[in-house]
Write a protein that binds this ligand. Structure first.
Ligand code: DGY
Length: 318
């Protein structure tokens, strides 16, 4: 008999078709984030859940999950929405979808970096509202990306793609990671044991680490102050990494020239106060949102389910 799987959000057509072929699926056609009560209720109906980062498996939810549920095969690389120790204590396997979204996410990080540096929001607004009535050599001058110094926080898969792409812009790349990478994975980037040495050499700082209790508020008043004057922050990782009030204070003082953000403390919606900043280029958490990547994420989640139900260890077991 086919295993029963709840697909908690509307995944790509190719993913849903493959899932329906191999499993008895229930799809959340409403495509809304599920409440704790909905998650708990569904856990009694199915053997597996395929959620996104919008479904929160807190310790409280984990304690209430029905013993029927055996695996949570996330359609996301980030798993800060899952309390892993609590789920493990319940004997529930958890997987994620690394690798397959690294290119797409690094593309968005580059888009944000270039857009914030070259004042894309101001320029686009001007063209749309008809206010472009002046040109001079000093008009709309921005920060040049080519040849600038890029600091990468978190040299995992996305960080490494960033380092490779940055070479195409002749950037001088520096990184901080918990451990130093093997030379062939560094892509010519310089390792920094701590943020204290990375931040002062980062004209652009791009965040690529997970949100954990240790990284929450990583960018705050003190760390922003360590960046060079005129630096630009890029965040495609998680909103929790940035103290948004401190970010706005650094923009207000002119210490930061701008920011490019795909992630916010409050999602969806973001921080309405940031909308007042024309030097902040913002996107609604779409780092991995390409057709190819969404299919790949869905297939990777299903590969993990297939392995689990075949009695093997899923490739992305956490
Ligand atoms: C991820 O996979 O973690 C992305 O943020 C999208 O959920």
């Amino acid at each position: 008999m086919k295993k029963k799987v709840w697909i908690a959000r509307k995944l790509s057509d190719a993913t849903l078709a493959r899932a329906a072929r191999d499993y008895d699926t229930i799809v959340n056609e409403a495509d809304q984030p599920s409440t704790a009560d909905q998650i708990v209720a569904m856990s009694a109906e199915v053997d597996a859940i395929v959620p996104c980062h919008s479904e929160h498996f807190t310790a409280e939810v984990a304690a209430r999950l029905d013993p029927r549920l055996k695996i949570i095969a996330n359609h996301s690389v980030g798993v800060d929405h899952c309390n892993l120790p609590a789920l493990k204590a319940r004997g529930i396997a958890v997987t994620n979808t690394p690798d397959v979204l690294s290119d797409a996410t690094a593309e968005i990080a580059f888009l944000l970096m270039l857009g914030a540096a070259r004042r894309a929001v101001e320029g686009d607004t001007m063209m749309r509202d008809g206010s472009w009535d002046f040109w001079s050599p000093a008009f709309m001058v921005g920060t040049q990306v080519t040849g600038a110094r890029l600091g990468i926080v978190g040299m995992g898969r996305v960080g490494q793609v960033m380092a490779r792409r940055a070479r195409g812009f002749d950037m001088e790349v520096h990184y901080h990671n918990r451990t130093r990478l093997a030379p062939d994975l560094e892509h010519g980037a310089t390792f920094h044991e701590s943020l204290d040495t990375l931040l002062p050499v980062s004209d652009f700082l791009s965040l690529h680490c997970p949100a954990t209790p240790q990284t929450t508020g990583l960018m705050n008043a003190e760390t922003f102050a360590q960046l060079p004057k005129g630096a630009i922050l890029v965040n495609t990782a998680r909103g929790a990494l940035v103290d948004e009030a401190a970010l706005m204070a650094a923009l207000d003082s002119g210490h930061l020239a701008g920011a490019g953000l795909d992630c916010f403390v409050t999602e969806p919606g973001g921080n309405p106060a940031l909308a007042a900043y024309q030097n902040v280029f913002m996107l609604p958490h779409i780092g991995s949102a390409t057709v190819r990547t969404r299919d790949a994420m869905g297939f990777r989640a299903l590969d993990n389910l297939d392995a689990f139900f075949a009695g093997e260890t899923p490739g992305d077991l956490l």
